[in-house]
Design a protein around this ligand. Structure first.
Ligand code: ATP
Length: 314
């Protein structure tokens, strides 16, 4: 998804750092179509990159290593060694890059972990793009997507240049158009493992959501009022049945005036759709730790002035 963009630091031969934003994603809708024989699930989803992002920096080093920084509740929840998806991604690109070798990967963690916001996949995608530049691998988009798919089903979507409609196991992507939309994300201190969410969907009889054509149209037109009523996630009912707090957060967001609210990915976070930035900020003030974001992400925003409208305020 979000083409994690270079935000600073030119690269490569001069041996300097390459930095990429690793954007979190929201699933505007997530339809589980069926369980496949291989145990994976066939899904359809509109994956929307948002402004909430980790920052990934890669620097030349003798060997591959990863360091995670950030608030203890975030950085402490992420594996530091070979289980880190950024390191898995580095090994995958090193395998196909002529000049692949060592690098220090530094992750500034801001995306809640195991919250259904795709933080690990985003870090993996940003690492692949940054190392492609640092090591001058010269891989094109198709080759990068192949590397991403070897790391995880969600990684190709995070390598795309914006919102994508995904299908298959989540690894097939088509670009989609989505007008900028403001969201408030309510994270929880507990996570939900994706395999558990899909297993619960199986156990509960696995109903599939509606034809996504109307939700795609509303997202493209930026019709937030219509979109709010159309958001859906087939994993939400089985996960909420096991984690009622998620359902209560969704209901509270709706009572507070969100245009719609839906669980993110396989949980645990909940996203509420707002009319505009000011509305998202007003909603966020009701929850400790709520995060305001816009998707697709635009350029960095100046603080909203009292009585004024930000450049993206609608
Ligand atoms: P998924 O839907 O794939 O389970 P998620 O979006 O719910 O992912 P992530 O933040 O990606 O949640 O974390 C999922 C798990 O991946 C975590 O429990 C963590 O142990 C592991 N992980 C590995 N590398 C990373 C990383 N760089 N950032 C976050 N989590 C990572």
């Amino acid at each position: 998804m979000s083409a994690p963009r270079t935000s600073a630091g030119r690269a490569g031969a001069a041996g300097r750092a390459v930095r990429r934003e690793a954007h979190a994603k929201l699933n505007v809708f997530l339809r589980v179509v069926r369980r496949r024989r291989d145990g994976y699930h066939e899904i359809e989803s509109l994956v929307l990159p948002v402004s909430l992002a980790d920052r990934v920096t890669v620097r030349p080093a003798d060997r591959l290593d990863v360091k995670v920084r950030g608030a203890e509740r975030l950085a402490g929840a992420v594996p530091a060694g070979g289980l880190n998806l950024a390191l898995v991604a580095a090994l995958a690109i090193a395998d196909v890059c002529e000049h692949g070798g060592g690098a220090l990967i530094e992750i500034d963690k801001r995306i809640p972990v195991a919250g259904g916001l795709g933080g690990g996949s985003a870090d993996a995608a940003a690492t692949i793009l940054a190392l492609n530049e640092l090591w001058r691998c010269g891989l094109d988009d198709d080759a990068l997507a192949e590397v991403g798919a070897r790391v995880g089903s969600d990684v190709p979507a995070m390598l795309a240049r914006g919102p994508v409609l995904v299908s298959g196991r989540g690894d097939r992507t088509r670009p989609a158009r989505v007008a900028p939309l403001w969201w408030v994300v309510v994270p929880f201190e507990f996570g939900v493992r994706s395999p558990d969410a899909y297993r619960w969907w199986d156990e509960d009889g696995g109903p599939s959501g509606p034809d996504p054509a109307p939700v795609l149209r509303a997202a493209e037109e930026g019709d937030a009022e219509a979109l709010g009523r159309l958001l859906f996630n087939d994993l939400e009912p089985p996960v909420v049945a096991r984690h009622p707090r998620i359902g209560r957060a969704r209901d509270r967001l709706l009572r507070a005036g969100a245009l719609g609210a839906v669980m993110c990915g396989s949980g645990s976070s909940v996203a509420g759709l707002a009319r505009d930035r000011r509305h998202a900020e007003a909603l966020a003030r009701r929850w400790d730790g709520a995060i305001v974001c816009v998707g697709p992400p635009g350029p960095p925003e100046p603080p909203l002035r009292r009585g004024g409208r930000g450049p993206m305020g609608r």
